[in-house]
Design a protein around this ligand. Structure first.
Ligand SMILES: NC(=O)c1ccc[n+]([C@@H]2O[C@H](COP(=O)([O-])OP(=O)(O)OC[C@H]3O[C@@H](n4cnc5c(N)ncnc54)[C@H](O)[C@@H]3O)[C@@H](O)[C@H]2O)c1
Ligand SMILES: N[C@@H](CCO)C(=O)O
Ligand code: NA
Length: 820
């Protein structure tokens, strides 16, 4: 035998009530015995009744309008669900009940007073009306339904609005009543009860769940089914954490912790009677009746995860009371908390460090000012004597709690929690864990709530892929290729690497598009074109900070000199950066160092493998040698893919400019090819390598060996530059032919040795290791303490869209693994 309860949305409209009736009929057809059905008021009605009461208390006659509205809604149910010839009798009963309500309010309006006692009576009409109407609907469908006013069964004390149930009397009355009704199905008003003197009381908002549990316990039901509008309890609030999912089984204690912490699926007192009788409570969805929902019972089934759910209280304040006079003095906390109890201030969380120097506790914001006054008065003497310094209040905070019996005696959970918050730059203000070990609560700034919830959900519920939120600036050759590569690897990363890449922002010089829900990788170009707004990097970064998404990565795929100005603020906001752009690392040494320090300080990543040799593992190799304690003696390298290509491809008689054009078309050159031909690009790369090898070098320490005649350098635009190149063909032809004549090849070689950089155009013979390069190859040879006899050599294509995007991609994925 089961007790069924349907909430306000389930009985909100004709449409919804049809679903409720179908569920009841279905049970009966399957032979499942229903002991009782408990109903809430139609959704919105209780709030309206409160408003009506308040209006009447100030003699505002508009309340009559609201009453008509409530009557109308119930009439509509009758019209929609009861055959015409049976309707008038039911209309009459509804009208009779509504008249009773009107009489009551007329009285309120006359004496202009609304006590909690009267308010409870006013509120009782919501459930009385819904049960009246729906029991008649059921009767007309052949169910032997019977309206049951719970005020005759549930006896309480006289704490109006929040009455305590007298279990013994109530249980007896319930059993007596059920002994008399045979096979009739009582449709019981939720939420309400009455005192020994038959005054109407209510059991607290959400109390209809409680009514069902009281009935179920008294009747020894097999199940108490709470039918609501969600698929049971979820691992987190799905409005805040889109990846939250249903929890199939949960213990009473866990459900209690989660519902105390804002998961409003079940009213906490409901759990007690069910727990005492060991009756499982099922949370089910009226609008998705086939879903298994959540079963709350003493033991939960085998668990896939160490924690069961994450919950939050979105808005709290923290009160801190501190002073040297508190150390080792007994009674301070007794006085503190008994004072709070005396004023009925509910304390949500308490934390005291063992130094005993301070105690802090969380309360609802509406109590903040009052609590300060109360405590300042109560501790006036201690404050005057300086034993207590002050009472401070910190606002705009939230509490996040991880809940689960699986946390008991299992280590590493707090570590995981703090590490994920740390990596996402969420500062922890206070911590509390009870020795029951089923709840770890942390207090954080409210503006980090959504980020923290999502990041935590992501690490604790590992079967889901971790999200990496990408912001890409510069959708040019490399940027576009990167997005294409990510698109084609998306499923692999999600299923095999448990990494879900979400593009949140993208921009080129003209337009930018940001969407925190994610931009589909298959149509980002169309969306950027159609929905994009004029690019503004400050606005882009502002939005990024505003969204405050976990695991955010900023990718700079431009060669822009201004974008790096945003790197440090981004790192400080705990956003990782990946870039092929060399500008930041080849500016002043101080700036280079500042970025390095910011990453260490904030625990985020700044990765730039493609600054040198595109996707070739040069920077990673160098860093590996450095961190393992090797020392660099010499770096000798060919670092320009563009120049390699030109020197490997140029044949006398061909126009030099056309070879440069080819290099540009193949995607080897910088956006402005003069950066390559002037030697600037190589200068940047060797400077970066020297710095990575531990040397403090400034750009002025690197002399560029420029290959271009002045007229080419000073051309006003890139097309003009190419024209200028054409006119200088003879210059390059001579250069190349001279080498060719000696059977040598031209190589643009950068060397770092003894703290000095040299860059020179060399002609090398076939016995030189750099002779045999082809295409756009780079070659880097590291001579170190450990690689002294024979240097460590890395060689391969050092420019081009695919290989560069691959390097950027690998950096992005490595951040994904780090954050996980
Ligand atoms: N091409 C290669 O082989 C290679 C190899 C290693 C590193 N890189 C580096 O990759 C970066 C990009 O190179 P590319 O070949 O893709 O160049 P590209 O010219 O094709 O792309 C650059 C893109 O950045 C955009 N952009 C420039 N300034 C911007 C701004 N302020 N805001 C938004 N967008 C802006 C441009 O509109 C363009 O779409 C450069 O820093 C380059 O040095 C390239
Ligand atoms: N323009 C660069 C790309 C790699 O950084 C080159 O030619 O080497
Ligand atoms: Na590289």
């Amino acid at each position: 035998m089961n007790v069924l309860k349907f909430g306000g949305t389930s009985v909100k409209s004709v449409e919804n009530i049809k679903k409720v009736i179908a569920i009841i009929l279905n049970h009966r057809q399957n032979g499942d015995v229903i002991g009782a059905v408990v109903l809430s008021a139609m959704s919105g009605v209780t709030n309206q009744l409160i408003e009506i009461g308040r209006m009447a208390a100030v003699s505002n006659p508009d309340y009559l309008e609201l009453i008509r509205g409530i009557e109308e809604r119930h009439f509509n149910v009758i019209k929609g669900l009861i055959p015409i010839k049976e309707q008038s009798k039911v209309f009459g009963r509804v009208r009779g009940t509504v008249n009773e309500l009107e009489d009551l309010l007329r009285g309120v309006s006359l004496i202009r007073e609304l006590s909690d006692r009267t308010m409870d009576l006013v509120m009782s009409f919501g459930e009385r009306l819904s049960c009246l109407v729906i029991s008649e609907c059921l009767k007309s469908k052949g169910v032997p339904a019977r309206f049951c006013d719970a005020r005759e069964l549930i006896k309480t004390d006289a704490q109006f609005s929040m009455a305590e149930v007298d279990d013994q009397t109530t249980n007896q009355l319930i059993r007596n009543y059920f002994a008399t009704i045979g096979t009739d199905l009582p449709i019981v008003t939720g939420f309400i009860g009455s005192t020994a003197n038959n005054e109407t009381t209510t059991l607290g908002r959400g109390g209809s769940d409680y009514t069902a549990s009281i009935l179920g316990a008294a009747l020894n039901a097999n199940y108490i089914d709470i039918w609501t509008d969600v698929d049971g309890m979820m691992t987190a609030d799905p409005r805040k954490v889109p990846n939250a999912f249903n929890i199939p089984t949960i213990t009473y204690a866990e459900a209690m912790e989660l519902s105390h912490f804002g998961a409003k699926v079940i009213y906490p007192p409901t759990l007690q009677p069910a727990f005492a009788k060991n009756i499982p409570i099922r949370i089910l969805n009226t609008f998705n009746a086939d879903h298994e929902g959540t079963v709350i019972s003493r033991t939960a089934d085998r668990r896939d995860f160490t924690i069961t759910g994450i919950s939050s209280i979105d808005d709290i304040v923290l009160v801190n009371i501190q002073g040297s006079g508190m150390i080792g003095v007994a009674g301070v906390s007794a006085k503190l908390f008994s004072t709070l109890a005396h004023y009925k201030i509910s304390v949500i969380l308490i934390s005291q460090a063992s130094s005993e120097h301070s105690i802090c506790f969380a309360i609802e914001p509406r109590n903040a000012d009052r609590v300060r006054e109360i405590l300042e008065a109560e501790f006036a003497t201690e404050i005057a004597h300086g034993h207590i310094d002050n009472i401070s209040i910190e606002r705009d905070l939230s509490i996040i709690a991880t809940v689960g019996e699986g946390m008991k005696k299992s280590s590493g959970i707090a570590g995981k929690l703090f590490s994920v918050l740390g990596k996402n730059g969420v500062n922890i203000i206070a911590i509390a864990q009870g020795s029951s070990e089923i709840n770890i609560s942390v207090v954080i700034n409210k503006n980090n709530l959504s980020k923290a919830l999502n990041a935590m959900h992501n690490v604790f519920f590992q079967s889901e892929a971790r999200i990496l939120n990408l912001y890409l600036v510069g959708a040019g050759l490399i940027g576009r290729t990167l997005l294409k590569q990510i698109e084609s690897q998306y499923e692999f990363l999600r299923t095999e690497k448990l990494l879900r890449i979400c593009l949140v922002g993208v921009s080129n010089t003209k337009k930018m598009l940001l969407d925190p829900k994610g931009i589909d990788l298959s149509d980002w170009q169309d969306r950027l074109m159609n929905e994009g707004v004029t690019t503004s990097l400050p606005a882009f970064v502002e939005k990024l900070k505003d969204y405050n998404l976990p695991n955010s990565v900023f990718i700079d795929c431009t060669a822009d000199k201004d974008i790096p100005l945003f790197y440090e603020p981004l790192l400080n906001a705990n956003v990782s950066i990946v870039t092929p752009n060399k500008v930041a690392n080849s500016g002043s040494y101080a700036e280079y160092k500042r970025l390095q320090r910011a990453t260490v300080r904030r625990g985020v990543k700044f990765l730039y493998e493609t600054n040198v040799g595109a996707g070739l593992p040069i920077i990673n190799t160098l860093q590996g040698l450095m961190t393992s304690g090797d020392r660099f003696l010499k770096i000798e390298a060919i670092l320009s893919g563009t120049l390699s290509y030109i020197f490997n491809t140029y044949k006398p008689g061909v126009s030099f400019a056309s070879v440069v054009r080819e290099a540009k078309e193949k995607g080897f050159t910088e956006p402005d090819p003069r950066e390559d031909l002037s030697g600037m690009d190589v200068a940047r790369k060797i400077l970066i390598l020297a710095r990575e090898a531990g040397f403090e070098l400034e750009p002025s320490d690197v002399t560029i060996n420029n290959l271009l005649p002045e007229s080419c350098i000073s051309a006003p635009s890139i097309p003009a530059f190419f024209e200028e190149l054409d006119t200088n063909n003879a210059y390059f032809e001579n250069l190349l032919q001279a080498a060719e004549g000696r059977n040598e090849k031209l190589r643009y070689v950068a060397t770092f040795e003894n703290g000095k950089v040299t860059i020179e155009l060399r002609a090398v013979g076939f016995d030189h290791p750099f002779y045999s390069l082809s295409g756009a190859d780079n070659i880097i040879s590291f001579t170190t303490e450990r690689y002294k006899e024979r240097p460590l050599v890395i060689k391969g294509p050092g420019a081009g869209a695919e290989v560069t995007a691959t390097g950027v991609f690998a950096d992005v994925v490595s951040i994904g693994s780090y954050l996980a």
